[in-house]
Design a protein around this ligand. Sequence first.
Ligand SMILES: [Mg+2]
Length: 384
Amino acid sequence: MLATSAESGSGGAGPSGGDAPVITGLEAAAYVIPTETPEADGTLAWDKTTMVVATARAGGQEGTGWTYAAGAARAVIEQVLEPVVVGRAALDIPGIARDMARALRNVGRPGIGATALSAVDVALWDLKARLLGVPVADLLGRARQQVPVYGSGGFTTYDEQQTRDQLTGWVERDRIPRVKIKIGEDWGGNVGRDMSRIALAREVIGPRTELYVDANGGYTAAQAVRVARQMADYDVTWFEEPVSSQDLAGLAAVRGQVLPDVAAGEYSWSLADSAALIGAGAVDCLQLDVTRCGGITEFLRGAALAAAHNLQVSAHCAPNLHAHVGSAVPNLRHVEYFHDHQRIERRLFDGALSPEGGCLAPDPGRPGLGLRLRHADAEQFRSA
Ligand SMILES: [Mg+2]
């Protein structure tokens, strides 16, 4: 039976019709999944990944979204967002998204607040598509049937054999024509090893696969320019966060002096953050993360903002969440097929997509995001 109401909830823009399904529940759970081996990039090391899952219910359907964040995002969902969301008309996402953002005013939208909001927004889109019986890609409208991906990992902790195996898997087994490795090891303190790992990657993937690097903000601006000159022999075409993405002037300065595309945006917590990156001339390609920027709602708006400035967008991490929204974005360049996240998504979700052939293709026969959390498999990772 559909739970219905003529009211759209507190702060809502108005009724959505007497038969409109109403959100009857919003829950959150956190899961902590160990990595296979210790992992690191230029500026951070980790041995586990926390996934916070939001579940929204309406009209006998359940929508699921998630974010890769800290367990604190669960508390923000439960304490701050749940009262805003429950009782609202499930189809009216823009109003709910606006009111969730408003509710975060004193809590802080950037960081944990944005991750919590993002997980809920994604859950709402999944829920809406399920209520309407269509895939999210079709609800949004498709610009393409499948999204190109690039293989992403190449952690600084990997030895030569691990690096070879991962790169070979993407290029030869999965036939993905683009890969990315981490550089900037030890906050730019080991450029010699960065360069030898870039050389190794190019050797393994051959001349025709695109090679990307990500320094995670590990270099200074002048150092990044010198590194870019050193890697010219290896045809690197994407230089992600050569300096901190908080250093807009630094990104713009590097961008003006190097050949690879400069990319950043994984810490865009809002449309305003994306506008600042674009306005500073900091990026050749804007990265957006549906689990951080404000969900599918803000991903679409960020992509439109980029389009207005003749820029493409690239989806950061969480590949299975980006397959659908990426399908709907005309100026999408690609989706990051991040090793940690694809591993978690394939292990814990029915319907996780394969990158074979270098693309993710949303299944037209599965409603919503086409994914179902396998609770029995996830339970062992659940955080108290
Ligand atoms: Mg990155």
